[in-house]
Design a protein. Sequence first.
Length: 212
Amino acid sequence: MLLSSGIIITQQIEDTILQLEQERTVEKFTIIKNEDSKGNLKEFLVEQAKEAIEKAYISSENLNYIILVAPRFSEIAQNRLLKLLEEPPRNKEFILITQSKSALLDTIQSRMPIRVLDDKQEIKTLSLDLENLNLEMVYEFVRERNKKMTTVECKLLVEQIALEAMKSKSFKMDKSTLDIFSKSIKALEVGSPTTFILSGLLLKLLAKKRKK
C-alpha cells in the first residue's frame, strides 16, 4: 500500500493501519482515534480534532503522518480540521481512515485524494463444530473472540454461522431460527456489543439443535 496523504475507505481499519506501518521507513506515525473502554472505535469528535491540531503544530524533523481513524466524523470536528487538512504545517501529512465516504463532508473529500480499498473479507473455515455444538463449545468460541472482533467481523461471522447451520441440517431452521440471525445483524448495526450478540446467537441456536 502506497504511503501518502489522503482518505482511505475500508472496512478493515486495523489491517489497513498495519499495512501502512509496513511501508514506513523514517516517517513518524501519530494515530488519533476515539475508543470506548473495550477498544471499539467511536465517532471522531471535537476533542480528537483539537488533539490533531495540537499534534500538527509540534515541530518534527522527519515527516509525520497524522492518521485520523473513525467509523464516523462529527460535522463540527471536520469543520475544525478543514483548514489544517488544506494547508498542513511543515513535515505533516494527514491520512483519514473510515468505513464510508458518507462519513465525511464534501468539503473534506474535495481537498484530499480518496482511495477505496477492495477488501471484502474472505470467509475463513468456521472453527466451530456446529453438528456437535454444546454449551462448553459456545463459551470457548466466544471467549476466543472476546476483545478484537469488530462489528463488521461479527456480522460476517453471524452470516457464516447461518450458512453452516443450514448446511449441517442439525438444527430446526424454521422462521423463528432464521429470525435469530436477522435480529442479531440488526442489533450489531445499532451498536450492540459483539460478544453479547455472538453468545446470545449461539445459545439460541443450541436450543434449536435437533435431537439425535
